[in-house]
Write a protein that binds this ligand. Structure first.
Ligand code: GAL
Length: 365
């Protein structure tokens, strides 16, 4: 991962809401007044659903980096998409005595019980990127996920205002997948009601698997006799599956396809013309905000947040960051400029003479 991406992204974009002092240490446990023992660093447990999609590796690396810069220690666990494993790992982190737990839940309902368990031990929980439902997390840090869905659908609808649409949702166990769909329908429903577009297939990809999206898209194309103008894929992994299905019917590049995450594969498809757009979420901002909040909570400081999101039980104090639409016209000004991915990697499969001019690229790097 390129160094320095975070700081460049962060300057100007973040309104600091958390006041931090320089050293992130817990108070000494009561009774421990020994002259030699200093305060120990804040210990943060990071429990991840998965490291499968490229973005989560970046989330992990940046979160650990920022937390360390703030003087904290991080113990990372990833559950490979298994609820039981994630629960055990999170319980273990509590047993190890972490001061704060940061969780990307595989299943937003199931992980509610770890929030309860943590609360019983006075350990605050941060829901990272995905909301944890029906429990009392101290904070939810994410992007505006309903807006992500709106950006995806609006991009496609502006370019394909008439015809048959296919919807490929993400994992139904992921609250974000539901929010993306909500945002997509905010934009698509009026066009459906007017009769200008028709949703001919509406499916969900278990665990965000590309293979699920491939199968769903193949079925949709068969049912619609290949008469489809746009596929609303909810992230780049599922977009990859949909594009593969389109390739099987020699339709890749002819049907619009959305995405999300600015994965390298998604960006390569965008410059190849087989995927229309992605939604870029600058992960450095998310990781930075979460690390700052985790350290502040570990030090028993009060967080100031501007938003609240209801999780079925409480209005969870929330930080929601802005997602950015990326297509082939602004990849250089966004992804390359931020150092999120390198020009050479994105354009690897495109003949050099078709790359955006290096003059422009240099000026923007
Ligand atoms: C969502 C996340 C997306 C995508 C997806 C699959 O919750 O917001 O960025 O990565 O999970 O992991």
């Amino acid at each position: 991962m390129p160094n320095g991406i975070g700081l460049r992204l962060l300057t100007g974009t973040i309104t600091a809401v958390i006041v931090l002092s320089t050293l992130s240490c817990t108070k000494e446990p009561a009774g421990n007044t020994g002259a030699t023992a200093g305060p120990r660093p804040i210990r943060i447990g990071l429990s991840l659903d998965t490291l499968k999609e490229e973005r989560w590796q970046r989330d992990r690396d940046l979160f650990v980096q920022y937390a360390k810069e703030l003087g904290a220690e991080v113990v990372v666990q990833a559950a490979n998409g298994d609820d039981r494993v994630q629960m055990q790992q999170a319980e273990n982190l509590l047993t190890q005595g972490v001061d704060v737990l940061v969780v990307v839940p595989h299943n937003g309902e199931v992980m509610g019980s770890i929030v309860d368990a943590a609360k019983g031990q006075n350990v605050p929980v941060i829901a990272y990127d995905r909301l944890i439902r029906n429990s009392e997390p101290a904070l939810y840090v994410s992007f505006d996920n309903e807006k992500v869905g709106e950006l995806q659908a609006r991009y496609l609808l502006e370019r394909a205002p008439k015809g048959n649409y296919v919807l490929i949702g993400g994992a139904p166990t992921d609250n974000n997948a539901l929010l993306f769909r909500k945002g997509q329908m905010n934009v698509l429903q009026p066009a459906v009601d007017q009769g200008s577009i028709k949703i001919v297939s509406d499916q969900w990809a278990k665990d965000w698997l590309a293979s699920e999206a491939l199968r769903a898209t193949e079925n949709a194309l068969t049912q619609a006799n290949n008469d489809v103008v746009a596929i609303v894929a909810s992230n780049d992994a599922t977009a990859g599956g949909s594009v593969q299905a389109l390739e099987g019917q020699k339709l890749a590049g002819k049907v619009l396809v959305s995405g999300q995450d600015a994965d390298l594969g998604g960006l390569q498809r965008i410059v190849a013309g087989t995927q229309s757009m992605t939604v870029y979420k600058p992960i450095a901002q998310l990781a930075r905000r979460a690390a700052e909040a985790a350290v502040a909570l570990g030090r028993h400081e009060k967080l100031e947040t501007t938003s609240k999101v209801n999780n079925g039980k409480i209005d969870v104090p929330s930080i929601l960051l802005e997602p950015i639409v990326v297509n082939k016209d602004n990849i250089v000004q966004t992804i390359v400029k931020d150092g999120y991915h390198k020009m050479d990697d994105i354009y690897r499969n495109v003949p050099r003479e078709q790359w955006p001019s290096t003059e422009k690229t240099k000026a923007q790097q």
